[in-house]
Design a binder for this molecule. Sequence first.
Ligand code: C2E
Ligand code: MG
Ligand code: MG
Length: 745
Amino acid sequence: MDEKKIKKQLFRIAVLIISVSIAVSALVLTAFSYVVRQAHDSDHIQMKTETEEYESRILKQIDKNIQFLTSLAKAFEVNDITASMELIEKNISATNKTNSFVSMAYLSVDGSGLINSIEYGTKWKITLDDCDEYARTAIEKSFKGEDAVSKMFDSEIFDGKLFIYSVPVYRSGEIIGALAASDTLEIFEDIVNGNTVLDGQGYIHLLDSGGNFLVRSEHTIVKEDISSIFEGPYLSEKTQEKARAAIANRESMYGEFEYKGKKCHFYLAPIDLNGWYLFCANSMWGQALSFSRSVVILGVFLFFVLLAMFALLYYGYYRFRKNSALLIRFAYYDGVTGADNTLRFDQKTEEITKKQKDYCIAALNIHNFKCINDIFGTADGDRVLRFIKTKIEQSLKPDEFFCRDSADLFYIFLLDTDEAVLSERISSVIHDVREVTQHAVYSYEVSMYSGLSIRGTREQALVALQSIKHNLQTDIAFYDYSLHEMVRKKSDIESHMQLALQKNEFRLFLQSKRDLKTGKITGAEALVRWRLPDGSYRYPGEFIPLFESNGFSVKLDMYMVEQVCIQLRKWTDAGITPLPISVNQSKRLFANGNYPEEIEKIVRKYNISPSLITLEILEDIATSDTEQINHQINTLRKIGFRISMDDFGSGYSSLNMLYSLKIDELKLDRGFMRRVAGVDEERRKIILKQIISFAKKLGITTVAEGIETEEDRDNMAALSCDYGQGYFFDKPTEAEEFSRLYILK
Ligand code: C2E
Ligand code: MG
Ligand code: MG
């Protein structure tokens, strides 16, 4: 995943979290407001139900009273009481004593009549005009055959407000008058005050058509003495307006008023009587929780929670981005030089190679970077790496890029495919690095080498690089399949060498060393062969250079010394005078101060005389610390080993070497032999002769390698070379076979 993708994902996560938070908040708010609305609605329904219940009770009471009067009027008709006013008075005053009416009256259709009240007795000869206007209206309705209930009026005979019921009185089916009874509002008070509503939290008042209280509950919420719902500051102007409109249209309405900071609900409903209204108020709403306020509080709370969540989210997002930036740095960049790392390099390569098919990948490495770290310290080593990074950077064209893998390994993606151009570009980087480090910074020449793979992979570039790892002559190598095979084989060898040693796959082969004059065997050279499980052999040229570079030669050489000792012991035990054997010893052994002791231990273990063993060293050993090498050689010689200088003349041999190193034998490289047979034969013969005679003077015996023909043998014998070794005499043979052929015969 690259940086862009991580950022995109981060953004998505943030959006998701924010959306979810908003959704959750909205959900909670919706749910809460739903609950509140439900509570609100059920509050309304309850008020309405209770109000309707009260209305029906009031109407029932009025109906009862009307029924009573109607029955009485019927009795008048049946008993023909209306013929005499006295009889009427007698009946009314008797009846009035048994009911709760304030007064009862009879008026005949001509407008004359009488009225009886318990308090004042009977008033005879009243007229319709003596009655209050509202009472008159009701009575006149009854003259027309209606049952009627009047509006409230101030009574002249009674201190307070009254209303009347009135019913028609018939004789022989004709209306002859009206029977009326007056009543106070107390009958409603019983009803309205009788039971509290809404579980004791609500109250019902009876209002007239002007919103004035006709009956006001004793337990009213608003304690102040007011005569109308519109009085005082309780109903807001808007609510008052709505209430007036509702009253004018005889409609019911829900509303709110506030009393002492408490919100209360009310329900105003017309009743089917005189344009009156019932006003139901509910204090519970405000008292219980002041729901709407709670909604606001919850809303504010949620808002702050949301705000805190956003803040947290932002902080988290910020930290995450910061950390991810750091992670991205760790994931994609090299901490030492700041260059990309291989992960990033591979990503870029993958991306660019989708379109761009002409490219080359170069691997660049320093020869012996370890030395720089060892000599100058890792801080300087890192400085060198940063310097190289800058140099590579400067050499790049647009769209080219590079990375540092581990240690001193860099990879460069180049947009060229021509070998000459590529060589030129890489050489210029190598040259620049060498120049600057040599003169200015370290006075240590940092030399680099590079492997390139055109249209290939990083791995192939590395294979090309490894193919010239120890080759100081070549700076640049291009990948091809044979290189791949070579590297594959190399890794195969390295992964099997330890096990092969344990399984005795390294076999001792012997090649005889002959006296050039007599042809007699005077010794043998131990040469290793790696016998693979399938019976085939690997030759030293395939693995010895590798073992020398990876250090395994130390183990193998000691193993071979032991194999030689075992062979010598076998011969000795068989009663045969053992043949001296030469063993090849790699340079690395000499770096170990205990080497002479260790090899002596092996020889002693098999009770073999060290004089039977010649240790062959290569001439390049002289390039190491001569003093230390000489010290080791002297120790070895003191123990009794003989020392031979192998392949003399193949490299940078010098006669000086014969002075400086105390050796017993000089093996002339077979290259001499080939050259001897060549064009400048005479000159070479002179040189060879000089070397041989020089060695002789120093008491060093000489061995000619690579005697392949009789002529070779004769030539070398003529030059006074002591011994010879080569295919002319025999090929290296498995030790047992060698014994059978030459020793045990
Ligand atoms: P060397 O020590 O110079 O051994 C002589 C090499 O020349 C041997 O190759 C041998 O087979 C080959 N040879 C002998 N006579 C002739 C001839 O007439 N013509 C030609 N063309 N070649 C001839 P080999 O066995 O392949 O070994 C190669 C080198 O590997 C050896 O060169 C030696 O340096 C190294 N080596 C072999 N065994 C060991 C070992 O056990 N330890 C170490 N460190 N190096 C070993
Ligand atoms: Mg040798
Ligand atoms: Mg040799």
